[in-house]
Design a binder for this molecule. Structure first.
Ligand SMILES: Nc1ncnc2c1ncn2[C@@H]1O[C@H](COP(=O)(O)OP(=O)(O)OP(=O)(O)O)[C@@H](O)[C@H]1O
Length: 227
């Protein structure tokens, strides 16, 4: 079997609220392999965002180990973690977080340029992605000139532009009407499968979760596989 793209090993995370200690993640164990799509379906406040932030090296766990492509990350310093994240992880949020003053094309190309790619190459890649998503005619539009579904598809293109191995999404269709959600989700699945990405997608939408390879939930700070 291939090596897991993401392995969460005995992850623990707590927050403090005054004197109280909130144990959000207690003992999380989860491996996701190349090309595998996993739905994370759990009640509000169960710790989905916390888990995604730890998996994407945006937040540190209090215990356990996050491995990306087999490499343990807990001993890495912040620069090393940022470099690894930029090279291997793509994020999609509930709200697109596109930069309002830039075009769709620029929103996709800019993160690649920040990661060191030259402008021409970054823009060529951005244009290919926009064409693939049938958003080519919208390349010069700013986010305010795009529909909600188009904005979210641009955010998906941005997340995969660097060729990540791991795609993490936090309620990527939570802000869309059902039909648009279905369309955006189909885009996400097509791209994930086409690129052999490992994907962990938090969603409250059970119909969309049913279309993924596996479903997991969070119970008392632990992962449970669900049918
Ligand atoms: N920085 C923080 N400090 C203190 N408590 C926090 C912090 N971040 C999250 N929490 C708490 O941890 C719990 C889990 O939060 P998290 O955002 O991970 O849940 P979630 O499952 O993503 O919820 P939702 O579906 O509503 O987005 C919540 O009770 C939240 O209030």
């Amino acid at each position: 079997m291939d090596e897991a793209v993401l392995e969460l090993r005995n992850i623990a995370r707590h927050y403090r609220e005054g004197d109280a200690r909130l144990d959000i993640l207690v003992d999380i164990n989860l491996s996701i392999y190349p090309g595998e799509t996993v739905a994370l379906v759990a009640p509000s406040g169960a710790g989905k965002s916390t888990l995604l932030h730890i998996a994407g090296l945006l937040e540190r766990q209090d215990g356990g180990e996050t491995l990306i492509n087999g490499a343990p990350t807990s001993q890495m310093n912040d620069n090393e973690r940022t470099k690894l994240r930029r090279g291997t992880v793509g994020f999609i949020y509930q709200f697109h977080h596109l930069l309002p003053e830039f075009s769709a094309l620029e929103n996709i190309a800019l993160p690649q340029m920040i990661a060191g790619m030259d402008r021409r190459e970054a823009e060529t890649r951005a244009r290919q992605l926009l064409d693939y998503l049938r958003l080519g005619p919208r390349a010069a539009h700013r986010p305010s000139e795009l529909s909600g579904g188009e904005q979210q598809r641009v955010a998906i293109a941005r997340a995969v532009a660097n060729g990540p191995h791991l795609l993490l999404a936090d309620e990527p269709t939570g802000n869309l009407d059902p039909r648009t959600a279905e369309h955006v989700f189909a885009t996400l699945m097509t791209l994930a499968r086409h690129s052999g990405l490992a994907a962990l997608i938090a969603t409250h939408n059970l119909e969309l979760a049913a279309q993924m390879d596996r479903r997991v939930t969070l119970r008392d700070g632990r992962i449970e596989e669900t049918p």
